[in-house]
Design a protein around this ligand. Structure first.
Ligand code: SF4
Ligand code: SF4
Length: 427
């Protein structure tokens, strides 16, 4: 495998709209939908799920999915399970979805209040898997050697999104409290906060060291933060956690505060909704709310040919149905006017080199894409640095031939991991 030094570059200057102005401070509440849909991790097989259609559930209830009780989700409504179905998502991955018909008013589950309200790693693993902001406590707590540095994201990973900036701007007191919970749960020896310079004053109130990030994409990606702030280069194919560095979103930290203060696991998510005019609005919706309910509440109409994307413009993924729900990690919903969509092409690479110049990880993208187009995933990893990619999407953005390079790369990584897993299980 080729190993290249980090960051060479002539990247396009794409700025985050990081200043959360007064108008953007407000958050519109989306009503509880009639039905919530909760997605499960792809590794859970439908035959192993012990939940059944007809089961009654209440809000905040920890729903054990399998007999050993290790996998669970948190019910985000009070009502009845109406179905458990298989769903094919991005890259052809199969996962399961649990649908709950909401009965109306919430009845809250007591389990967390009665036995989960101490800040222990065990309780974090047992109750916080489905928290808004999607904290990955499994990674923060389970790596060996342990994660000893945690970075709190106060700036969102993709462009046009302002979810975590909004939290920093409007919920500073909750953040301060949540950071104390986070310290007790993880016992990490050092914490840092990353924010755009506009929010440095708010961030400094927390008492945690603050790093103001130049809000130019993709400066906020974990590998770049790890390199720029901590001086540690993440080797190809490795995760930041393997270097002792973990990340958590500001929204997840505030969710900890709410959980401990109220004795209830929070079940609603802040989402930046970007309409066809690119003007963002912030909403708060129940996790599991279908996209169509959010668009309806905001009076956003779509026409045949428009595109809906979950996530931001650089790394988001288009969805094929407005029934798709908000998940704990859904930071943005973008509605793209069909007139403005730049479609991918069936053209071949013309070897212009724009992608190579833009790539922050110095991947030879022009060569890599040739192998990926032909399904040569192992060769792509071994010869052309597939695993060095830090998933910024800039190569697709600059590609003059409009090749969907980023999606080829994501597919390549996914298929390569499947090949490796199959080899390991056959060994
Ligand atoms: S997505 Fe493309 S530009 Fe970004 S790191 Fe990966 S190969 Fe490089
Ligand atoms: S930008 Fe597109 S056309 Fe140019 S070298 Fe890269 S993949 Fe090929």
């Amino acid at each position: 495998m080729i190993k290249r030094p980090f960051f060479g570059l002539a990247r396009p200057s794409l700025k985050h709209p990081v200043v959360v102005n007064r108008e953007q401070d407000s958050v519109e509440e989306i009503p509880l939908p009639q039905k919530v849909t909760l997605f499960l991790s792809p590794h859970i097989k439908i035959d192993d799920i012990i939940l059944r259609a007809g089961d009654k559930v209440i809000t905040g209830q920890r729903l054990k999915l399998t007999g050993d009780g290790k996998d669970y989700l948190i019910s985000t409504a009070t009502g009845t399970i109406t179905g458990i179905s298989e769903y094919t998502g991005y890259l052809g991955q199969t996962c399961q979805a649990v649908s709950i018909e909401a009965a109306g008013d919430d009845q809250w589950d007591d389990e967390f209040n009665e036995r989960g309200k101490t800040t222990s790693p065990e309780n974090a693993l047992e109750f916080f898997n489905y928290l808004p902001g999607n904290p990955d406590f499994q990674s923060l707590l389970s790596f060996q050697p342990p994660v000893n540095t945690i970075i709190i994201n106060g700036i969102d990973k993709d462009l046009l999104i302002a979810t975590n900036q909004l939290v920093f701007k409007t919920e500073t007191e909750s953040l301060i409290e949540g950071i104390e919970h986070l310290k007790k749960i993880t016992r990490a020896s050092s914490l840092f906060i990353t924010v755009p310079s506009d929010l440095t004053a708010e961030a400094e109130k927390t008492g945690v060291p603050v790093h103001a990030v130049n809000p130019v994409y993709p400066n906020i990606l974990p590998e770049i933060i790890t390199k720029n702030i901590l001086g540690r280069a993440v080797p190809p194919g490795k995760r930041c956690e393997e270097m002792g560095v973990g990340f958590i979103n500001a929204e997840a930290v505030v969710s900890l505060t709410r959980a401990f203060a109220e004795g209830k696991i929070p079940v609603d998510k802040i989402v930046t909704v970007i309409n066809k005019d690119y003007i963002p609005v912030n909403i708060r919706a129940r996790i599991g709310t279908p996209v169509k309910d959010i668009l309806k509440a905001l009076n956003i109409e779509t026409e045949h040919g428009d595109q809906i994307v979950l996530g931001g413009p650089m790394t988001g993924t288009a969805i094929y149905s407005e029934d798709m729900p908000v998940s704990p990690d859904t930071d943005a919903i973008m509605v793209l006017d069909k007139k403005r969509i730049v479609l991918g092409s069936g053209s071949h690479c013309i070897n212009c080199g724009e992608c190579v110049r833009a790539c922050p990880a110095r991947v030879p993208v022009n060569m890599l894409v040739r192998l990926l187009e032909n399904g040569l995933y192992e060769e792509a990893a071994e010869q052309y640095d597939l695993l060095s990619c830090i998933e910024c999407g800039l190569c697709s953005y600059v590609c003059v031939a409009r090749i969907p390079v980023f999606h080829y790369i994501m597919l390549g990584k996914y298929e390569f991991s499947r090949i490796q897993s199959a080899e390991e299980s056959n060994a």
